[in-house]
Design a protein around this ligand. Structure first.
Ligand SMILES: *Cc1c(COP(=O)(O)O)cnc(C)c1O
Length: 226
């Protein structure tokens, strides 16, 4: 297996899932999550044609960002961000996928030098151990996001519980899609909410069939390699 072969295989599976989804013309952006590998292997992913790179931790993000700065990459921070680390990283990020509190939004608003595209992380399954807004919490504070001129809420993000089977994943993704459409129709300033970041190596085909527009794929890029 090479990274190039893995990339081809992934793109075929993305196309196959799109074709049988209710949204065959939907654009789906494939993010390569490079947290398991060094910058050399991440570069191979970029050279295989993937231009969206994602990291879940600030240190790993900064390392890849510095080593790959000569490439034309769209950068995604997908993991939870501590407030004290916002200033180190936020202005390097094209998309932040794990906005999970108003306090974090306030810190981003303070530190951002341009408008940052953010996803609200939603904990659809209500698991206590998980990060993200519950549906009810989101309902109560959603209007507050209108006040942040440096944040565009481009969409919603979720992670299905580790132990969820395919059917449960599909239901979670389905519920997130419904919530995204509902919020989008509210026309809240700075909350366009047209996108859905959902699906990882094990469940991205299911996610695409439920309307994902960004899928976050790690392991599958490095199958047989790392
Ligand atoms: C690691 C990670 C992924 C990718 O997971 P894989 O199972 O390796 O595809 C996706 N999203 C987040 C938030 C992650 O931390």
């Amino acid at each position: 297996m090479t990274i190039e072969e893995n990339t081809k295989h992934i793109m075929m599976k993305v196309d196959a899932a799109k074709a049988v989804s209710p949204y065959p013309n939907q654009e789906v952006t494939v993010l390569a999550v490079t947290k398991y590998v060094d910058a050399n292997l991440a570069r191979e992913v970029v050279e295989s044609g993937i231009s969206n790179i994602a990291e879940n931790r600030v240190e790993l993000f900064l390392d890849k960002y510095r080593k790959l700065k000569d490439f034309d990459i769209t950068w995604h921070l997908i993991g939870n961000l501590q407030r004290r680390k916002v200033k180190e990283v936020i202005n390097l990020v094209d998309y932040f996928h794990a906005l999970d509190s108003l306090k974090l939004a306030q810190e981003i608003e303070k530190r951002a030098e341009h408008k940052i595209k953010c996803f609200l992380e939603v904990n659809i399954s209500g698991e206590e151990s998980k990060h993200g807004f519950s549906i009810r919490a989101l309902d109560q504070i959603l209007l507050e996001f209108a006040q942040f001129s440096k944040i565009e809420i481009v969409g919603l993000m979720t992670m299905a519980p580790f132990e969820a089977d395919e059917k449960e994943c599909a239901q979670i993704f389905h519920d997130l899609k419904a919530l995204q459409m509902k919020i989008s129709e509210m026309k809240i300033p700075n909350v366009s909410c047209t996108e859905l970041s959902m699906g990882m190596s094990r469940d991205y085909q299911v996610a695409i069939q439920e309307g994902a527009t960004f899928v976050r794929i790690g392991h599958e890029f490095f199958r047989g390699i790392a």
